[in-house]
Write a new protein. Structure first.
Length: 420
């Protein structure tokens, strides 16, 4: 009679997959990829190695290796509120454009639209030293970073927004010199990012042809979104562009004292010009200089509806209300808006007049797209960026949605066409 473990009974097939998966996790891999993903991952690893080699050669030829390795770590504590005396004060506010492109393509498009200025910025200025001065790009793009690892998983074949930019450019060189991990309200500004590769949609990941002197150069601001925050689903009345469910309002109201205590006791809370937005408060106008309502589209806090749930109980023509996702915790929404303020301050502090933003954290980090878009609109309308002057010539949101999964349409509905 066989007395061994049941899984070693005669004739029973042995399954070693669990043992192999455990060994892989011990070796440092985050998860076991399906077999059909492995060729793709190996191809991206090879792309990473080629990018490092090609970018390094180009930078050495341009004598800009030191510039590409510069990364300035900023926080809300080190960057003061913007002042009107430093504002370029363009003749009119920038008109927000939402486009279905990836981040670098959107930045390059802005450069091509302003070809003379971009060419002048990219041309090295004469200096008395041995090295040419690094060009000062006018366009800055926002990178949705990983707070623990520079470049995310780009060396291991991962592919999200930050990794896609690293595969195409010298961005990783500046991030690796910054101090990681990044704090909750910290980011990295990279003044010189050389783009060497065409977009990642191409199966061959082709390099940009031509001499390195003609390659595009942008700046980048890397900020880390909240990873998979708690989400609530609330109904939205049919025909209403901005309303919140009474159940979510009640939950937020019950959390309000603890939330305020947490934020007031944190250093990040002291840097923010106003208390965090409370999802239970609905109405127009502004409070403390921040515009909460009258946005005209998307998110919570607009539309002037009463907060007693009457707006949610109505339907038009028997049509059931649609639902949307929002941040369940007010502090998560507040932290997200702080990160947005940090990105805008970094761009303004480094005198970037054309900026490319995006669907911050709405990919693998699973932040609620409609609420994130509304957060962007509220931050861009705050007194710090609105009353101190017109800071930007171009404000573009690059929301890459090749499969039509919804983020592009959501951001276009909330943000496109607004003057900020």
């Amino acid at each position: 009679m066989f007395c061994g473990p049941f899984w070693k009974q005669p004739g029973r097939p042995h399954n070693h997959s669990k043992r192999r998966a455990t060994r892989r996790l011990r070796d440092g891999e985050s998860h076991r990829m399906p077999r059909y993903y492995e060729p793709r991952r190996e191809q991206l690893r090879a792309t990473c190695r080629e990018t490092l080699q090609v970018a390094g050669d180009h930078l050495q030829q341009l004598q800009q290796t030191a510039a590409a390795r510069q990364g300035y770590k900023h926080s809300l504590a080190t960057l003061p509120l913007l002042s009107a005396r430093h504002c370029p004060n363009f003749p009119q506010p920038a008109k927000v454009r939402v486009i279905n492109q990836d981040t670098l393509n959107a930045g390059i498009s802005l450069m091509s639209q302003r070809a003379p200025a971009a060419a002048a910025a990219s041309a090295p200025a004469p200096t008395s030293g041995a090295l040419p001065a690094a060009p000062d790009p006018e366009v800055a793009v926002m990178i949705f970073g990983n707070r623990h690892c520079p470049g995310g998983g780009w060396r291991n074949g991962a592919l999200a927004q930050e990794e896609a930019v690293c595969y195409r450019s010298s961005l990783a060189l500046s991030l690796e010199n910054a101090q990681y991990p990044l704090g909750r309200n910290e980011g990295v500004f990279s003044p010189y990012v050389l783009v060497v590769r065409q977009d990642m949609d191409r199966s061959d990941h082709r390099l940009i042809p031509g001499p390195p002197e003609y390659l595009p150069v942008v700046s980048a601001m890397t900020v880390c979104a909240i990873f998979k925050p708690e989400i609530s689903t609330v109904p939205v009345a049919h025909g209403s562009s901005s309303s919140c469910g009474s159940r979510a309002q009640a939950e937020q109201s019950s959390r309000r004292p603890a939330q305020q205590q947490d934020i007031q006791s944190s250093p990040a809370g002291r840097q923010s010009p106003t208390p965090p937005p409370q999802r239970g408060w609905v109405g127009g106008g502004s409070r403390g200089g921040h515009s909460w309502g009258n946005s005209g589209s998307g998110g919570c806090g607009g539309g002037g509806e009463a907060s007693d749930g009457r707006a949610e109980s109505r339907t038009t023509g028997g049509v059931a209300p649609r639902e949307k996702s929002i941040f369940a915790l007010g502090r998560d929404r507040h932290y997200t808006m702080d990160k947005m303020r940090l990105a805008l301050r970094m761009a303004a502090f480094h005198r970037k007049r054309s900026i490319v933003l995006g669907a911050f954290g709405c990919g693998v980090y699973a932040n609620p797209p409609e609420d994130v878009a509304q957060c962007w609109l509220e931050v861009l309308r705050e007194d710090e960026f609105r009353l101190t002057g017109n800071w930007w010539r171009d404000v573009c949101f690059a929301v890459y949605d090749p499969r039509g999964e919804g983020n592009y349409e959501v951001f276009k509905k909330v943000l496109h066409g607004h003057r900020v």
